[in-house]
Design a protein around this ligand. Structure first.
Ligand SMILES: Nc1ncnc2c1ncn2[C@@H]1O[C@H](COP(=O)(O)OP(=O)(O)OP(=O)(O)O)[C@@H](O)[C@H]1O
Length: 267
């Protein structure tokens, strides 16, 4: 089990071993200035390489800058020190799929039309072919609900629609900010398996923020632990499991041990 801290020899920015690099985050710091003029240092010298096809979980105490970091990677906030560089130039507006805690679907559009929204907002406005929408919905078992409206779906189904909507224009990276935080435990577990299925079918790079160490351990290749303000990378851990994960994985001693270790890092 890897266990790097600032005091260890291996730096937390150690690159993913098995993946070509997709993104390089170098020396990223962020200061917010409040309305009253006081400044809050939200991130301090964050360094991380993200490999192509890698799944990374970010965990850390409330307010440590997880969402801030995700927003910067997404290009939603460009006011920071340091650099975030892509190894291949991103296609403007297309390379990031973002999923929030709330699915934010348009209630007057069908499921299929919500999924194709990601494409329609692009400049060229080419419609998403119906078979592509079907294919995306199939990934999350919602093909039969293409013509339903969001209010006719459960919370978990809505979040599945939000996830495939983010995948509609084939982004290089899927960023998710506590995507399962509003769901009950059983629905969460089902969504986890949807994510694993999506990854197996698309090999997308996925970076997600979570408060659950079990979620991080179950889904990720590497887990990034952040420390409280100013947000720094406390440690980066390779998850000691191969990619074939299912319900039985959660029963493995190595899983419990790893999740327990993460919990200890957060204490
Ligand atoms: N727009 C803003 N203006 C001022 N301060 C901000 C702003 N957004 C975030 N902050 C501050 O920056 C710090 C990091 O916030 P951020 O939302 O990134 O944390 P987080 O780790 O995602 O928290 P949580 O787990 O509670 O969602 C916090 O101290 C927060 O108060």
């Amino acid at each position: 089990m890897t266990h790097h801290t600032h005091e260890d020899t291996a730096p937390p920015e150690a690159a993913a071993t098995d993946h070509r690099r997709l993104l390089e985050i170098r020396g990223v710091s962020k200061e917010y200035v409040s309305v009253k003029g006081a400044s809050v240092r939200a991130l301090d010298d964050v360094n991380l390489d993200i490999g192509d096809g890698e799944i990374i979980a970010i965990i850390g105490p409330s307010g440590c800058g997880k969402s801030t970091l995700l927003r910067m990677v997404a290009g939603l906030d460009t006011d920071y020190e340091g650099t975030i560089e892509w190894t291949r130039a991103p296609r403007p507006g297309r390379d990031i799929g973002f999923v929030f805690q709330e699915p934010a679907l348009l209630p007057w559009r069908t499921v299929a039309r919500n999924v194709s929204l990601g494409i329609e907002v692009q400049k060229d406005r080419s419609d998403l072919p119906t078979d592509r929408v079907d294919q995306l919905l199939e990934l999350v078992g919602l093909r039969d609900f293409a013509k339903s409206y969001p209010k006719e779906l459960s919370g978990g189904m809505r979040q599945r629609v939000a996830i495939v909507r983010a995948l509609a224009y084939d982004p290089r990276i899927l960023l998710m900010d506590e995507p399962f935080g509003a769901l009950d435990a059983i629905t969460r577990d089902k969504l986890h398996d949807d994510i694993l299925r999506i990854w197996a079918a698309t090999r997308k790079t996925i970076v997600f923020v979570t408060h659950s160490v079990e979620e991080a351990a179950y889904l990720a290749d590497r887990v990034v632990v952040m420390s409280p303000r100013p947000g720094r990378l406390r440690s980066v851990h390779q998850v000691p499991l191969d990619r074939n994960r299912d319900a039985a994985t959660r029963q493995l001693p190595v899983f419990a041990e790893f999740a327990g270790m993460l919990r200890g890092e957060l204490a």
